[in-house]
Ligand binder design. Structure first.
Ligand code: CTP
Length: 417
């Protein structure tokens, strides 16, 4: 069986079946835009492209056709092309139009509402949002005429921008002008497409493992990568929430637009969450907190000993249970969501945790079986809430699971108000 696209280690899902129109204009960044378009396709999107005449000089029409798996619109006046794949057909089906790379010339023509090439004609004909990724020389980008065109487009509300990024440009100059990285274009697209049902809400999320040090160089921990918690944080941000992410040590970059608090131990995590949870509408505990810590942290590195050693362990605070107990008396307390990693009796153990910790919702998953869990991009789970049927969430990308969890948590908020 062919593995679904979303099982690819870098694929997050969320674009399956989404219809994207892509406009290429003529700049050297067109080759990088091909990689970005490919990333959307890997994520499951259906992409159809339009190219300006200049764009076809930088990357061949055949390249874009082969990558997108669909004919490319280059000439709206060519009857054979329009019959096969006209601009209105391209525009009508799009849920999002991406213009990458967008040259200074295309920005100017778009700001004027011109329809004098395949790309500008398609942009004018779409009703969906348009995400523009400019790429040009730094002096051109800084030119007041270009900046004015960007402001004009932004003022319409339908045009969104990603980048340009700063760095070394193809012409040797250094500064703003680089096409945004493919991943950043994808992230921006997620943000544009997401429903904004968490707008005005504050969400606190824990993520990653904790480390409980024995001495300065050794610690107790677990293999959590933080992907689930970070995916939740980014999904909540894209849906409009004000997010505080309290994370143990991970290799993941801090997500843009999210207040990220770095902690190491369970004690530090509890302190950070206690501070962040004031005024929160939801608290989601996705961290894999170590349950035990050493009774004593040695200030110096412990030397090798010939004899056997015994380590005295004491429990760490349960961050979720402690916070749940604290907020219980609040007039407007946050919705409380926990995870339960179980190797047996999934629903029974999750229900027990739900009651003992006083939660609204538990996301329970079987660890140690199947494809999901630690160190993967996918997970499957069941949602357990008091007085409601258990809701199974089949194997899917963690990002898609994050959205399903946010959907359910949002229902609690709605029911309350
Ligand atoms: N949790 C927490 N602080 C801890 C332990 C767990 O905040 N010290 C949170 C986790 O973030 C998760 C939930 O509690 O949302 C359940 O975690 P899990 O490890 O499944 O359960 P435990 O409560 O640790 O119980 P056990 O290990 O016995 O299954």
């Amino acid at each position: 069986m062919v593995a679904p696209m979303f099982e690819h280690p870098e694929i997050e899902g969320g674009f399956r079946g989404r219809k994207i129109a892509w406009g290429f204009s003529g700049g050297i960044a067109a080759f990088k835009a091909c990689q970005a378009m490919r990333l959307f396709i890997h994520e499951g999107a259906e992409v159809r492209a339009a190219m300006t005449e200049a764009a076809t000089r930088f990357v061949g029409e055949l390249t874009v056709t082969a990558l997108s798996g669909a004919p490319v619109l280059t000439d709206v006046l060519e009857p054979s092309q329009d019959a096969l794949y006209g601009h209105l057909d391209l525009a009508r089906h799009a849920e999002l139009m991406v213009v990458a790379p967008a040259t200074a010339d295309v920005l100017a023509r778009l700001a004027q509402g011109m329809a004098n090439c395949a790309v500008t004609t398609t942009v004018l004909a779409v009703r969906c949002p348009v995400l523009i990724a400019p790429a040009m020389n730094v002096a051109m980008w800084e030119n007041p005429a270009v900046q004015r065109n960007v402001e004009i487009l932004k003022s319409y509300g339908r045009y969104h921008f990603v980048g340009p990024a700063a760095g070394l440009l193809a012409d040797g100059d250094v500064g703003f002008g680089r096409l945004a990285e493919p991943w950043d274009i994808l992230e921006a697209a997620r943000g544009v497409l997401a429903k904004k049902d968490w707008m005005g809400r504050k969400v606190v999320i824990t993520s990653g493992p904790t480390r409980e040090h024995l001495d300065p160089v050794r610690f107790l921990s677990n293999p959590s990568t933080g992907r689930m918690g970070h995916a939740l944080a980014r999904a909540a941000r894209d849906r409009g929430a004000d997010v505080v992410l309290v994370t143990g040590p991970t290799n993941l970059p801090d997500p843009h637009g999210i207040q990220t608090v770095h902690v190491v131990s369970a004690d530090e995590m509890l302190e950070a969450v206690n501070e962040a949870v004031e005024g929160a509408d939801a608290f989601i505990a996705a961290a894999a907190v170590a349950d035990q810590k050493s009774a004593r942290i040695e200030p110096q590195k412990v030397k090798k000993a010939a004899a056997a050693m015994t380590l005295a362990l004491v429990p760490t605070p349960d961050v979720l249970a402690t916070v749940a107990a604290r907020v219980r008396e609040w007039k407007e307390r946050p919705v409380l969501v926990g995870f339960a990693a179980e190797t047996e009796s999934l629903v029974e153990n999750a229900t027990k945790k739900l009651r003992e910790k006083g939660l609204d919702l538990i996301v329970a998953n079987h660890v140690g079986v199947g494809a999901g869990g630690f160190e993967t991009n996918v997970n499957e789970a069941v949602l357990v809430a008091e007085g409601a049927p258990v809701e199974p969430l089949s194997l899917r990308a963690k990002r898609e699971l994050a959205d399903a969890i946010l959907d359910r948590a949002h229902r609690f908020l709605r029911e309350r108000s």
